[in-house]
Design a protein around this ligand. Structure first.
Ligand SMILES: *Cc1c(COP(=O)(O)O)cnc(C)c1O
Length: 421
């Protein structure tokens, strides 16, 4: 774990402190470097040919200000609940730019998606029957597809592996007579014009993701060949590019992902299908971080512990699965400048009232003292934007930062909750 603070992040932290964003009643803030976000989206879009549509997976960060930026910068939006759908609409996405995925769509949700004309990925045969019933009565402008599980296996984090044999998602392609049932579904339903897969997420190697996409591509081609018509016109290949939480380096990059796909499924780039992607974590994670004040320090059983304001409420996965979701934590002094000094193995804990509320276990860092700050890196996706309302801890204020290091521009992206008795 590389806890070096880049000059850019140091400039942002110093500015946040100078602006009084980290004051007595604001001991915890989130920061998004919107210039970094812009650069990542540009990199994503320029790494792929233009017949690819990139839908941002809203669950990675549903903040309205974030959805607004990703829309302005050319992305579509993938949602998986009515709440995410509404957030996308509020941010200005029109139905044709919204992809609706969810393994548990109610009749009401299906009705809304098909009435609005959002792209709909059907998760299973029972849901297909509901869509049949709906289309028996009305017409829809939606692009509709089936989500298949190519069953290529999992990565290093079981909970993030969507293409295992027994994953809950999609139609398992290798199970029973599912392959035949999928063919039959397309043969009898000319309105099924898309095919969807989402192979994995954090912890899934690129060749596994590419293998799942290859299987999906080949199935789409086979269906069209057997039907003798180009019925499937859209392939949705999902998201899931892993993020490097060990250092500042962006590995794998979107370029690496494209290279893996070009090797495994070169024809995906031939333009035979319109392609949708659904990246979440890889778009946002590295654009932001959390700053939290150290309130107290102590030594328990020989181990120094810093009690900070960042715990399970903003770093839920890291606290509950510390080995799977290790994040970089750096020490800053009381003016939010990178702290130097002899490194001492210590724990960095949060404010929640349970013993496991620790964001870094046994980490060598300059010894933290009350009034210092800690930086939790790579936390703009699934961390401060996905709070856990434990102990009724308030929402974290989030600031957007842009511009050159010496003249940073600061905006409020999310108001914090009220802290008062
Ligand atoms: C979560 C999810 C994504 C985004 O995954 P990331 O790992 O954040 O890129 C994309 N598609 C579907 C269907 C998802 O459930």
């Amino acid at each position: 774990m590389d806890d070096t603070i880049s000059p850019r992040k140091a400039a942002i932290a110093a500015r946040a402190f100078q602006d009084g964003l980290l004051v007595e009643d604001a001991p915890l803030i989130g920061v998004i470097d919107t210039d970094a976000l812009y650069a990542t989206i540009n990199d994503l879009r320029s790494s792929f040919p233009n017949f690819f549509t990139h839908a941002f997976a809203a669950k990675a960060n549903t903040m309205p200000t974030v959805l607004d930026l990703v829309r302005k910068w050319g992305m579509a939006c993938e949602v998986a609940s009515p709440g995410e759908y509404q957030a996308a609409v509020k941010a200005g996405f029109v139905a044709g730019e919204i992809v609706f995925d969810s393994p548990a769509k109610t009749n009401w949700e299906i009705d809304a998606a098909l009435s609005h004309g959002a792209t709909l990925n059907i998760d299973n045969f029972q849901e297909l029957a509901r869509v049949d019933a709906w289309l028996g009565k009305k017409t829809s402008a939606s692009i509709i597809g089936l989500r298949i599980n190519p069953q290529v296996g999992g990565g290093s984090i079981a909970a993030m592996s969507t293409a295992t044999q027994s994953s809950k998602f999609g139609i398992g392609l290798e199970d029973g007579d599912n392959r035949q049932r999928v063919f039959d579904a397309y043969e009898t339903r000319p309105w099924l014009t898309a095919l969807h897969t989402h192979v994995g997420s954090q912890g899934c190697p690129l060749d596994l993701i590419a293998a799942g996409i290859a299987k999906t591509f080949n199935l789409a081609r086979e269906i069209n060949q057997r039907l003798g018509r180009k019925q499937i016109a859209t392939l949705d290949i999902g998201g899931g590019l892993p993020v490097n939480f060990e250092s500042e380096a962006v590995t794998p990059s979107f370029g690496d992902y494209v290279a893996a796909l070009r090797k495994e499924v070169p024809d995906l780039f031939a333009g035979e299908f319109r392609v949708i992607t659904e990246f979440g974590r890889s778009v946002l994670a590295k654009a932001g971080f959390i700053l939290a004040r150290v309130e107290y320090t102590k030594e328990q059983g020989g181990r120094p512990i810093a009690i900070t304001h960042a715990g399970a409420q903003v770093a839920t996965r890291t606290v509950f699965m510390p080995d799977m979701w290790k994040i970089r934590v750096s020490a800053l002094d009381a003016q939010a400048r990178p702290k130097s000094g002899l490194k001492v193995v210590q724990d960095v804990a949060g404010p929640c009232c349970f013993a496991g509320d620790v964001v870094a276990h046994g980490r060598p860092l300059p010894l933290l003292e009350p009034g210092d700050f800690v930086m939790l890196h790579d936390t703009a996706a699934y961390y401060f934007s996905t709070p856990f309302v434990y102990n009724s801890l308030p929402a974290i204020p989030v600031y957007g930062i842009s511009g050159p290091d010496d003249v940073l521009d600061v905006t409020v992206m999310q108001e914090g909750g009220v802290l008062s008795f």
